[in-house]
Design a protein around this ligand. Sequence first.
Ligand code: MSP
Length: 508
Amino acid sequence: MTFYVTTPIYYVNAEPHLGHAYTTIVADALARFHRLMGEGTRFQTGTDEHGDKVMEAARKADLPVKDFVDRISDSFRRTWDELGISYDVFVRTTQASHQWLVRNILNKLYDQGDIYFGEYGGLYCFGCERFYLERELEDGKCPDHQSPPTFIKEENYFFRMARHQDWLIKYIEDHPDWIRPERYKNEVLGSLREPLEDLCISRPKQRLPWGITLPFDDRYVAYVWFDALLNYLTGLNYPDGENYRKFWPAAQHLIAKDILKPHAIYWPIMLKAAGIDPFQHLNVHGYWQVAEGKMYKTVGNVVEPRSLVGLYGIDQVRYFFLREMVFGLDGTFSEEALRSRINADLANDLGNLFARSLGMAFKYRQGVVPAPQDTAIEDDEVVFQAQEAAAEFLRLFPEFEFPKALARVWEFVGHLNRYIVTTAPWELAKDEAAQPRLDTVLYHLLEGLRWLAALLTPVMPTSAAHMAERLGLGASLWAEPLPKTLDWGGLTPGTQLQKGAALFPRLE
Ligand code: MSP
């Protein structure tokens, strides 16, 4: 089984913000999960560097466009590196191999008669880089940018989309979870009830010189979306690359709902016309909002991911993102909510469990993992709970049910905390005859923590590594694929535990 996950390639008209970080972190967590499951995994992200918006931003920054896009693209890459994002490939639409691929596909479609030359006049939003129909506007304004579009009329090249409309509708109906969650599938089917207009896929150079020159007419550059969507093939070295054979069509595209239409309509039709199989799934999430409305780079109410991570820690932010937002629905971001998750779930529940368990192992057993003796019913219950939690997590996580998957794991954390209370190891420690019982209880706690470290690795890789270190396991925790790691009893008695700093310091 192979798994190929992609993020949108982000526009380089401004620095990365929290919304970009969310999609990228979700992709990273999924990639780590599938790698841990032992599947061939590829994770691609990158930057979208052509188009009006980017050129306009370069002009504002008073820099040559190429210098400007290099700078911002670099900033995205550095941000992901600092956030420990484990991407396998970072695609830039200005790279030669991408330009070659776009021209190659354009030529093919042109030769086949899927592209024609014509004239079009319409309402154009420069922010969205697309034409709007009257009925799509709100009070005459672009619904996303709240600014009136400009009427433009010009000669351009058009991609025949209408001829694939029936195919697309049928494909969506035959593959009901292809676009998920369902609400977005319905939205796409809804918009396909109207006849599809052909897509204008060129921009005259005199208006927009910054783009990929059309191979069949050098007075024009390619429309930025036509160029950008193809990035998902560039990183696999379509058509001859080994990765293309290995990972296409296993693609799991991740996007927010803002770019549903290009991904759910243009992209499958482009693939279809080019004779390429459709991707596996389009996974659509909602918006993070701050106080009022979505975070827009162009509006300015953005939260800078690097400073947030600097303040709270990368795993804390990752956990919050995944625990807090139901994939597909909007979420409200506030530092207050983040702080309360950190204190309640991380510092109190997991952090204390970890500290108390290791603390007792040091206090009563010099930090050496004891061998479990005869088990009692409450110990067997721990094993049962661990297995249930793991099974649920392994089922829910790859289905994008992150809050449920994590809540289930936290039930197990709660179970272990209660197990400490009911078994009261500090009482057992006082009683000579209860020493075998104490060994068993400590073993179950430490083995439970090993499980938690393994399960939480995709979500909180740094903290999981810290836990593995303290449990005396180091990288051996990931020596086997995840399901095997979760065989109960993997922690070897006699293992020397390590002392160290608190897992999740409490915020005051
Ligand atoms: N360049 C295009 C995508 C081309 S993909 C072939 C683009 N870029 S973007 O920089 O505007 O990024 C949009 C994406 O960033 C969203 O689809 C989403 O993944 C992420 N987000 C941006 N703002 C967001 C929120 N406020 N909330 C959640 N995700 C957000 O569109």
